[in-house]
Design a protein around this ligand. Sequence first.
Ligand code: FE2
Length: 370
Amino acid sequence: MTKVTITVSELRDMLDRGEPLTVVDIRRAEQYAEWTIPGSRHVDVYDALQVGDTAAIDRVELPADTPVVAVCNVGRTSLLAVDRLRRRGLDARSLEGGMQAWSLAWNAATVPTPGGNATVLQVRRTGKGCLSYVAGANGAAAVIDPSVDPDVYVRLAEDHGWRIKVILDTHVHADHLSRSRLLAELTGASYYLPDQQRVKFSFNALRDGDEIEVGGSVIRVLNTPGHTFESVCYLLDGTVLFTGDTLFVNSVGRPDLKASDRAEATKRAHALWGSLAKVTALPPETVVLPCHTSSPVAFDGQAVSARLSEAGKAVAVLGATAEAFVTAILGRIPANPPNHQYIVEFNEAGEFPPWDPTMLEAGANRCAVE
Ligand SMILES: [Fe+2]
């Protein structure tokens, strides 16, 4: 028999290779509904296991010919389930650290782009819904909104023969700790942020219309305040738009996080309206590449993206007036993302905690208004 546990990177690699396995999520139904491992199956045994009724899992039918991975919140209750499943003769393993540790899992896809000079890779933090990008050409690459281990970007770039020269964030993030400074230290690349007074460290400041050259491609800055006042989008070679948390494939960024009061949220919602008008005036075939998605990303190699014309149609409030847009957006604000105040403090200080970052970052992202 194999060992009793499996690490996040081992499970990630198995899913990435498409190996047959059954992932059994034993958390409570409401937790399963919020965020899952792609392809996992929910089994309602959590409360039974908690009160010592470990036999509850015996009644669950599972395929005997493929490995079973049991998942809970932090990897303790799943050990109880695995013990029973192994007694049944199943090749069962418990995910070490549970869904909290899974927060760091990622996969990648190549973005279909309309010709052009650069190749764009989408790095999907499937455990959390954060999307980041490596855009490379002629031996050089830019990384946009890095949210997973810096080594991941370095390895992906090396696989394509690129050196990371430029690192960009679209704004000061509230749902994940930016890996930009760590990646800059590791690679010696230049780190750029929109011009603002929020962060306490030195950076290369970008203003509306600025252009950065990477491997013969040009990244142009579009100021798009709203989600935050400093938010920008980056337009690559006039065809691919990294939209940050301004525009998603079927929703828009929330304008309220860290707003001091309703008046500021309203002001930001108005700014967002103007920014979305600016963005949607770009050619309809522009490829929209956002910083988040609101559901776990499958290990399917399919980029999460949309043409600007599709994204514009999917966001019904974009067809409204500014007043109706602001009212609709502010009326549909979701719950705050967990720990966002602390995450913002770390990102403004430019620090990365010396302890496990998933203690702050675990949980669904809630940056969109749908
Ligand atoms: Fe954000």
